[in-house]
Design a protein around this ligand. Structure first.
Ligand code: FAD
Ligand code: MLT
Ligand code: ZN
Length: 469
């Protein structure tokens, strides 16, 4: 039956659009961190929405599950098939066209396999900004961004992928194509169906294209690297910056010393902007669509005021774009650098910004009590209340011994998150990694409603099964 299905899938996507050789499939079957591996009957790479619909319809007929995949940069195993060898990976990477850019409507229409950076570049070429920005932007796709409702470093000013989306085209689990590619900012004709597919991690259908919002291009920017005594100072500094700069505050990332040290150790060319070590750092960015000459002055005034109140211990303002890029590289390099230290146990949580200081203090204490010497790699988008509470093993201890503690350590962080009215996934989603424990942290009525939706869209359970729910 599988051979028959593979032959029919090949007819739909053409010989170059189907991979069944195990060696050639390997790159699609393991994730970026080598944390999840699966097997598959085939990897299909359709080149059009019609081909996606054909693949989904054939798989449905054969009772074979489909696993949508974009750039495979996801951090919770959502794009990796199970180990049955019966699932089909549907890679969108051949569908990467920019279908339209409507400057007057401030929208861009792109196919799901378009790499995020290529969409940013297309917007920039038209004098516009597509503000979604994250460390994986050179590899991740718009489809993956939508399916995980990706966040990144611009959320405090521009919102998440959900906030940036006006319309979607989706192949439903039964093979029908829903054309919801509307570029409307107002449309009150009933339920907002696109929102169901955003953040659904490929469990309700395959996103094939999207209409995204554009913004005026950024024409001035000021970037600073700041040493802080602790998270409370970071929260207070956000207040000072907002007071002086309003919504020109477009980036505010926090990093513990442990996080920065990993980048200094593993990234060639990385350099500590300060001579002394400090417990915490923030990366601050102000930007404007006007060519405002005084943005450096605004950031300096804010930092001066913060210094007087003891919120800032030291600071450096980037003198040119190259220096700003070097500061961003210190932040964006953390995820990659941590991979060199053995397993990185990732926890991607959010609590109200005001509660971050107490949350960090309590969570760190509990983790250090659970595993003495554990390295807590805390960093992230504190302006959104989102911290990446990543863990590395104590120096000198074994990988397997540490992995064996993963479940218990996750519970320490998630219990603390719940105690502070937070969520156990701020941006990466549930995928395989949190699917098993979400029931302990999410309201059972909400989960019932979600299961009802899944049943409505995908009664046969063939769209990315074993993920999210
Ligand atoms: P994949 O990994 O291929 O897939 C992710 C999920 O989406 C899977 O469940 C998959 O089935 C589903 N999917 C993919 N394409 C489609 C489609 N067309 N239709 C339906 N379902 C689909 N995430 C953040 O939110 N913020 C960050 O700041 C951030 N930083 C990162 C930094 C690094 C270095 C790395 C490696 C990852 C980071 N991520 C971040 C996580 C990841 O990059 C994002 O979640 C990204 O949006 C995933 O896109 P992708 O194309 O790689 O998706
Ligand atoms: C980031 O913001 O760098 C990622 O979302 C976090 C991670 O890789 O854990
Ligand atoms: Zn992040």
């Amino acid at each position: 039956m599988t051979a028959d299905l593979i032959g029919r899938l090949r007819e739909v996507v053409g010989p170059s659009g189907l991979i069944s050789d195990p060696g050639e499939m390997a790159g699609y079957l393991t994730d970026w961190r080598n944390a999840y591996t699966g097997t598959a009957a085939a990897v299909v790479r359709p080149g059009s929405t019609e081909e996606v619909a054909g693949v989904v319809a054939l798989c449905r007929e054969a009772g074979v599950a489909v696993v949508p995949q974009g750039g495979n940069t996801g951090l919770c195993g959502g794009a990796i098939p199970d180990s049955s060898g019966r699932q089909v990976v549907l890679s969108l990477t051949r569908m990467r066209r920019i279908r339209d850019l409507d400057a007057a409507n401030q929208t861009i229409t792109v196919e799901a396999g378009a790499v995020l950076q290529s969409v940013q570049e297309a917007a920039a070429a038209a004098g516009r900004l597509f503000p979604l920005s994250l460390g994986a932007q050179g590899s991740c796709t718009i489809g993956g961004n939508l399916a995980t409702n990706a966040g990144g470093t611009g959320v405090l000013r521009y919102g998440t992928t959900r906030d940036l989306t006006l319309g979607l085209e989706v192949v439903l689990p039964d093979g029908r194509v829903w054309n919801g590619l509307r570029g409307l900012r107002k449309d009150n004709t009933g339920y907002d169906l696109k929102q169901l597919f955003i953040g659904a991690e490929g469990t309700l259908g395959v996103i094939t294209a999207a209409v995204l919002k554009l913004f005026p291009a950024v024409r001035s920017r000021a970037t600073a690297w700041v040493a802080l005594p602790g998270p409370q100072a970071a929260v207070d500094l956000i207040g000072v910056l907002r007071g002086l700069a309003g919504d020109r505050l477009t980036g505010f990332e926090i990093m513990s010393r442990q996080s920065v040290e990993l980048v200094l150790r593993h990234s060639s060319g990385a350099r500590d902007p300060f001579g002394d070590r400090h417990p915490w750092y923030a990366l601050v960015e102000l930007s404007d669509s006007l060519p405002v000459a005084g943005l450096d002055g605004v950031i300096e005034s804010a930092l001066g005021e913060a210094f007087e109140h003891g919120l800032v211990v030291d600071a450096v303002v980037a003198a040119n774009p190259a220096q700003a890029a070097a500061l961003w590289a210190l932040r964006e390099g953390i995820s990659e650098a941590q991979n060199h230290e053995g397993p990185s146990l990732k926890h991607d949580v959010t609590v109200p910004v005001s509660r971050i200081p107490a949350f960090v203090e309590g969570t760190d204490r509990a983790l250090e009590g659970a595993v003495p010497g554990i390295r807590i790699v805390t960093y992230g988008h504190i302006g959104d209340g989102n911290l990446h509470y990543n863990l590395s093993k104590p120096v000198g201890s074994g990988d397997e011994e540490f992995r064996a503690r993963a479940g218990a350590l996750a519970r320490v962080i998630y219990d603390s998150t719940r105690a502070f009215d937070g969520s156990i996934s701020a941006e990466h989603g549930l995928g395989q990694s949190k699917r098993g424990i979400i029931a302990d942290y999410k309201d059972s009525l909400e989960l019932d409603l979600m299961r009802g939706l899944k049943q409505l869209f995908d009664p046969r359970g063939l769209m990315n099964p074993g993920k999210l729910l």
